[in-house]
Structures are given as C-alpha cells and as structure tokens.
Design a protein around this ligand. Structure first.
Ligand code: HAM
Length: 466
C-alpha cells in the first residue's frame, strides 16, 4: 500500500467518528464536519531572553529615572542609536579576538545581502552617530547618555542574558583626568542613589605604544609558562594575550599573579595622567582599588579602564555591575576627527539582582531634585575641589548647574545668567585655602562668604525663601 492511500484511509476513519448533535440540529455557524481538536503549539521564551513584567515595574522605572536625574544634573543629553548596525562597525570598534566579537555577536545577512549585527554595546553605535551627525563641531565636551537593550550570545546565568539592558554615559572631546573622574563619579553615584555601595576597580593600560611594549613582555613571560596554562589561555598567547589576565581558571591564577604588570610599562605622560585621575577620585572620596590585571574585554580602550563592583563583591569580572574607560582613538579609527572620549556602561539586570535584595532589606532612599543654583570655580585647586562640593550638594538634594570646563569666571556667570538661576556659588583659590565659599545673589549682585561646611544649610535657606 502506498503512503498516500494510507493517509486517505486514516482520514476516512476519522470522519466516521463525528457524531451529530443529539437534538439533530446543526450548531449555529459551525458545520458538524468543521469540528476539529486544535492543538496549539506553545511558544517558549528563547534561551537567554527575559520578559519584564509589571511586578518589576518599580525597579525598571526607578532605574530609568535615577539615570535620567543624574544625567540631567551632570549635563548629559539623552541619545539613542539603532539596535541594528553594519556588523563591521562592531567588529572594527570592539576588535577581532575579543569574546564579544568572536563568540557573542548576533550577526546575520539582511534581505539585501548586507551583514548586520545586533548591538552588543552602545559605544560603537554612539561613536558612529557622533561622526555621522558632525557632533565634533558642537561645543565640547559632548556628553550623552543611553539606555536600552543590547544583545550578546552569552552563556545565560543569574543576571546574564542574551538580551540585556545597560545604562551608559559617553563624554567626547576632552582629554583631561577630570573627565575620567566625572565619568566614574556619575557611575558610582548612580548606584549610590539606588542604595548600592560600590567600589571602583581601576587600572591604566596606557597608550597603544605602551600596550604594545607590554604585550611583548607579557607574551615572553606567558610562553615560559605555557604548559601550566589552561587550553584557552594557550591559544590566547598568540591571539589576544591580554585576555589571559582575566582568565578565571584556577590553574592560571598563580601565573597571572606573577605576570609583569602593565602599570610598569606606562610612559611618563600616561603615568602622570593616571595619577591625576586617582587624585580626583581621592578628592571625591570614591573608594577605588588598583587592579593591575584589569584590561577590559573590548579593544578600543586607552589609558584609564575601570570596573564597578558592589562593596561586598571580591571583584571577579563575571559579576561586575559595570565598566568603562577612555577610548581616545575610536572616533578617528571610525573615520572622524581625532576626538578623545571616555564612558561607562552599567548592566541593569545585574544591578537589579543586587538592588532587589537591598530593597528587600529595606535600604532604599528616594530623593527629589531641585535646581536654581549655579556652581562656578576659578583656578586649578578650586576646580579640583568642585566636583566634591557639587556631589555633596547633590546628595543633599541640591542640584547645581556647572561647567567645570570653562576656566573664566565671567563666562561661567554669563552661563548662570542664561540659565536663569537665582544664586551662584563661587569657589576661588582663596576660598579653597580659607575653607569658605561665596554665595552670590544673581539679581542684586550681593555676595556673602560662608563656611564651606554651612553651604548646604545656607543654600537650603535661600531656596526656601523663593
Ligand atoms: P562591558 O564591560 O562589556 O562594557 O559591559 C558593561 C556591563 O554590562 C557589564 O559589567 C555587565 O554588568 C553588563 N553585561 C555585559 N554582558 C551582559 C549580559 N550578557 N547580560 C547582562 N549584563 C551584561 C561595555 O559594554 C562598554 N561599552 C562600556 C563603555 C562605555 N566603555 C566606554 N563607554
């Protein structure tokens, strides 16, 4: 018997089993012969994906608003780039030989045959957009923030997904340690605002030349230890030797701990730059830990690199809440004008895991924003002190406008006028020495000198009177 006949016979048998309704009437609208048992396929969530449900609305909304508030306070403008870009953009920016490009990128052929990729991170797309929109002709620095979905074909586990979210900031146009410090400050305080105490693990990987010299030394060392390394690290020696430094395999740990340290290969300029960044962090009282093996998993970094961990974490790169650093060459490498840049990204699913626990433990604090105040500074010492005072005020619920990039007091006060603030706080060299600060009434021009410790109380009094 042929297979076709077999099917015919089966369907005939089925028809015979259909019974008419007992009352002999036809059911309205549905013929008896139309009745079938429909077995719908149940579609499951793809591996590594996650639905965000209303029960988690509180977390997601608050993370977004906290990001929005801190970015507004620090002058970062919202920016969003497409989820899909030319795959080459990511390959060129992040680099072949990195896990993100070699193992985790979603790349496919579009209908026109072009190769497109789902964004595994924001920096490459934002840099592409910075160039496409001629943003180098805007007043620098150009400060932007982004928030949204990213895609990496990672091995799913707690807080790690194939579609995940990041909040990130990028600062283009200024090569100055104060910018690195500001970027770290924003990331650190975003987490603090949610009640999450955190530590910054930091390192400098210097200029590409510094790194090249270091890599020669590192490869020489790793070759002598080759037989003790895990299989992956043996391959990494020739493909991407820096990656050996963040290998988690037990057998590689001793070898990594005795490896030459990149910090010893920095040029004088890079070393001085890094020291200045650390000085700023000291001034801001941001807890940091120097980590000589921290090199980050993306190729575009130069100079400062950092990762953020909860206070209680021991700093394994698998559970970093976020990371970032300087990428001074990327804009030029993607065809733009040479433009230094620095930024960070915080993984929101990982943050949510930690934050939910903190909420359950009752550690959350919400803060409201108010701002009619401008902060102006004059002189290097004052500038150094400024971020600290601004941050203290912000934590106390007082948001101040500022532009630390403008050295001239006149220009800053002009900006304060344009913003329509009622008062300006002015910190000069003398005030730094005297531990005082000036509060200027912008309408009458009357200035009063107050003790820095009383600044918050004095400003609160002024705000209340308004
Ligand atoms: P990244 O270290 O690759 O840096 O990612 C930042 C954070 O995103 C990680 O610390 C982690 O919390 C989160 N993350 C990464 N992969 C996953 C995943 N599969 N599931 C959940 N969370 C994940 C960057 O992306 C750089 N673009 C940061 C940056 C901005 N550097 C300069 N500017």
């Amino acid at each position: 018997m042929s297979p076709v006949k077999k099917v015919e016979k089966k369907s005939q048998t089925k028809k015979k089993t259909i019974k008419k309704p007992v009352d002999g009437k036809k059911k309205e609208g549905v013929g008896v012969s139309d009745i079938r048992v429909i077995k719908a396929k149940v579609y499951l969530l793809l591996r590594g994906m996650k639905d965000i449900l209303p029960k988690d609305e509180y977390f997601w909304k608050n993370m977004y608003h906290t990001a929005e508030n801190i970015c507004e306070a620090y002058g970062y403008g919202f920016m969003e780039t497409p989820v899909m870009e030319d795959a080459g953009l990511f390959i060129r920016s992040i680099g072949r030989g990195t896990d993100v490009v070699d193992k985790e990128m979603y790349v496919f052929e579009d209908k026109d045959g072009s190769k497109v990729g789902l964004r595994p991170e924001f920096t490459a797309g934002i840099t592409r957009a910075f160039i496409s929109h001629g943003m180098s002709s805007l007043p620098q620095p150009v400060k932007v923030w982004s928030y949204g979905q990213l895609f990496r074909h990672d091995r799913p586990q707690a807080g790690r997904y194939r579609q995940f979210h990041q909040f990130g900031c990028e600062n283009f146009g200024v090569h100055d340690p104060s910018v690195d410090a500001e970027i770290i400050n924003v990331a650190h305080n975003f987490l603090l605002d949610l009640g999450i105490k955190n530590n910054i693990y930091i390192n400098s990987i210097g200029s590409p030349e510094d790194r090249q010299n270091y890599i020669i030394e590192l490869v020489g060392y790793l070759r002598t230890k080759r037989s003790y390394l895990c299989t992956n690290c043996r391959k990494r020696i020739s493909q991407n030797p820096l990656r050996v430094l963040d290998c988690k395999e037990e057998q590689c740990q001793e070898i990594i701990s005795e490896a030459p340290q990149i910090i010893d290969w920095l040029s004088e300029d890079s070393r001085n730059y890094f020291m200045k960044v650390l000085e700023y962090l000291d001034e801001l009282e941001i807890p940091y830990i120097l980590k000589s093996t921290l090199v980050r998993g993306l190729d575009y970094y130069t100079e400062t690199v950092f990762e953020i961990y909860t206070e209680e974490s021991v700093g394994g790169s698998q559970d970093a809440l976020g990371g970032g650093g300087r990428y001074d060459l990327l804009v030029e490498e993607l065809g733009g004008q040479p433009t230094p840049a620095c930024g960070f990204g915080i993984g929101l699913e990982r943050l949510l895991l930690v934050w939910r626990k903190k909420i359950e433990e009752g550690e959350i604090e919400k803060k409201e924003d108010v701002s009619k105040i401008f902060f102006a500074q004059l002189g290097e010492q004052a500038r150094m002190k400024s971020l600290h005072i601004i941050e203290e005020l912000r934590r106390g619920g007082i948001i101040v406008h500022h532009n630390l990039g403008k050295p001239s007091l006149k220009a800053q006060l002009e900006l304060a006028n344009k913003l329509g603030v009622t008062h300006s706080i002015i910190l000069g060299q003398k005030e730094v020495q005297d531990k005082t600060i000036i509060i200027r009434d912008m309408e009458s021009g009357i200035q009063e000198i107050v003790d820095q410790k009383k600044l918050k109380t004095e400003i609160e009094k002024k705000i209340k009177k308004m």
